[in-house]
Design a protein around this ligand. Structure first.
Ligand SMILES: O=C(O)c1ccccc1N[C@@H]1O[C@H](COP(=O)(O)O)[C@@H](O)[C@H]1O
Length: 207
């Protein structure tokens, strides 16, 4: 998010986390000091997530110093050693748009230090935040760590996405925007209402 009003509304709607993007080339990219100002609009108990994509370790450190995020999210080719060196829990984003979906065992082996995963719809090597969805039936079973479903979600498809994948959580960006970075209050409200509706109906996920 890039506007304090959007951050405030997210808190009022009861979301678990708000993301701040530092990925090079992103239309949502923030400077650490801008993100630190936005953080002041965050409701208590809501996680501040700092999102990176192949940023240097120095950039990640400088961002952590200013923003004080509670979670890191890595969308590039970072390995486990890089992601864990900052001493904060991290989520690793995994591209699900390739020819073969990665298995739960492969993900656990590759990122043993990950607190969780973000399974995103884009192709390997492409940037996230593209609005691309993937076939939710490819969701890897038995991950044994929290995994967020991401990629191309919006209020019209999130109910079906949750029913198909039964994820631990969902992550949305472009599907609740009216322009890159500019969230739309009505779309945010509808999205959260649809997630609640799905949560009320779904059965407990398979172990
Ligand atoms: O939002 C971005 O600009 C971005 C840039 C680089 C990597 C990831 C990015 N966004 C994240 O991508 C997923 C899915 O987004 P969308 O809902 O398909 O637009 C989500 O985690 C975004 O925060």
């Amino acid at each position: 998010m890039v506007r304090p009003g959007d951050v405030r509304l997210a808190g009022e709607l009861g979301v678990d986390a708000v993301g701040f993007v530092f990925a090079p080339g992103s239309p949502r990219r923030l400077q650490p000091e801008e993100a630190a100002r936005l953080r002041a609009a965050l409701a208590p108990l809501v996680d501040a997530v700092a999102l990176f994509m192949d940023n240097s370790a120095a950039e990640v450190r400088a961002t952590i110093r200013q923003l004080r995020p509670t979670l890191l999210q890595f969308h590039g080719g970072e390995d486990d050693a890089f992601c864990r060196r900052f001493g904060l829990p991290y989520l690793k984003a995994i591209p699900m748009g390739g020819a073969r979906a990665p298995s739960a065992a492969a993900l656990r082996a590759r990122y043993p230090g990950a607190a969780g995963f973000v399974l995103d719809g884009h192709a390997p090597g492409a940037a996230g935040g593209s609005g691309d969805a993937f076939d939710w039936r490819r969701w890897p079973r038995g991950l044994s760590r929290p995994a967020l479903l991401a990629g191309g979600l919006n209020a019209d498809n999130v109910y079906a996405a949750i029913a198909a994948a039964q994820p631990w959580g969902v992550d949305v960006s472009s599907g609740i925007e009216r322009a890159p970075g500019v969230k739309d209050a009505a779309r945010m409200r509808r999205f959260v209402a649809e997630v609640r509706r799905a949560d009320c109906r779904r059965q407990a996920p398979a172990p």
